[in-house]
Design a protein around this ligand. Sequence first.
Ligand code: FAD
Length: 386
Amino acid sequence: MIEIKDKKDCCGCAACESICKQNCITMVSDTEGFLYPKVDKTICIDCNMCEKVCPVLAKKDRREPLQTFAAKNKDIETRRQSSSGGVFSLIASQVIEKGGKVYGAVFDENFDVCHSCIEKKDDLHLLRGSKYVQSNTQGIFPKVEKDLKDGKLVLFSGTPCHTAGLRTFLRKDYDNLILLDVVCHGVPSPKVWRLYLDKIRQGEKVTSVSFRDKAKGWNNSSITIKTTKRTISQIMYGNTYVKGFLKNLYLRPACHHCAFKGYKSLSDITLADFWGVEKEYKDFADRDGVSLVMINTLKGKECLDLSKVDSIETSLDFAVKNNSPIVSSVKPYETREYFFANIDKKPIDKLIEKSLARPWEDFKDKIKHYIVIVLRFLHIKKPLCL
Ligand SMILES: Cc1cc2nc3c(=O)[nH]c(=O)nc-3n(C[C@H](O)[C@H](O)[C@H](O)COP(=O)(O)OP(=O)(O)OC[C@H]3O[C@@H](n4cnc5c(N)ncnc54)[C@H](O)[C@@H]3O)c2cc1C
């Protein structure tokens, strides 16, 4: 039976809960706000199916991409509404055109994040865009399995632990399943997101959230939250919630030891932001965003219709050089423990800012920044220590 002794060993995909015929596993939120399986030992029959479908425990082969592309959806509006180059929407549209179903992360009516399924192009906007919160996949894998057994074409998208979790849950290959994952540097706690959203909406009803509003450009994305009365928009790096996310203050413990890094997500196609693309392809980069597309299987190759994207085939090494989360897990921020020890005691925005405050480190970063500007001005090569 599944027993989580160390939280780093559970990614929260809920494959164990879904497979249990005895219904003796429930996903329960811990004090940090992450879901973990709890087994009712009085009804467990020790069939061990929960362990067999756990993607963290499963043996995973490393499978390097067959091809790597920088790509931009030719439909500019779709690209503007997407987080990077809008390639997800393109692949999803094609699946829907063939009568298929698309699974991915959506906001529910309370703006919590969970997985859901759509069948119409008009609903694609629900899945579009990164939501920087762990998505709840409870009850989703059995629905995907049913669709597959009914012969439906299914595109399932999510983080690498989601795609790996679904794959181990299914225990067999389906020709009618396409697995698409996004490169993920880690997922923040749903509890932190809930506390933050409650704090800033000040009792008003939230009507929309965009974590990657590109009004000021892809490299300068904002988080924009609309309520019935106000629009709150802030550059990502200036927003308290996003800063905590990017500094790894409240990621799931398993994300710091991600079992799926280094091409182990079992997906057919992997998408990411193509950060640094301008270093090699100056004219290709633009303010509306560029996707990094990694084709992992022949099925994945069939999904990318090159006539619908502007694309350049590039090297995996170049892509990884500018996007380390493809291959390595991030370290937790040094005050993570302090943050979670105080999460129920202090207002969330103040707690995040206090946990991130490092006056001396910030001062050193500023000095380094100015030295780099002066060196650049004097045409002197930046030393490695800066
Ligand atoms: C938590 C998180 C961390 C990420 N970290 C990085 C990173 O470090 N480096 C990088 O290059 N890219 C990262 N990405 C991926 C990137 O932000 C884009 O999602 C990706 O490039 C696809 O962009 P798109 O324009 O093709 O499609 P979009 O329309 O922007 O993306 C939609 C896709 O994202 C999926 N998705 C959205 N939110 C979630 C969620 N919470 N959980 C699971 N799936 C979700 C949807 O199911 C759908 O498949 C991250 C994404 C998430 C959700």
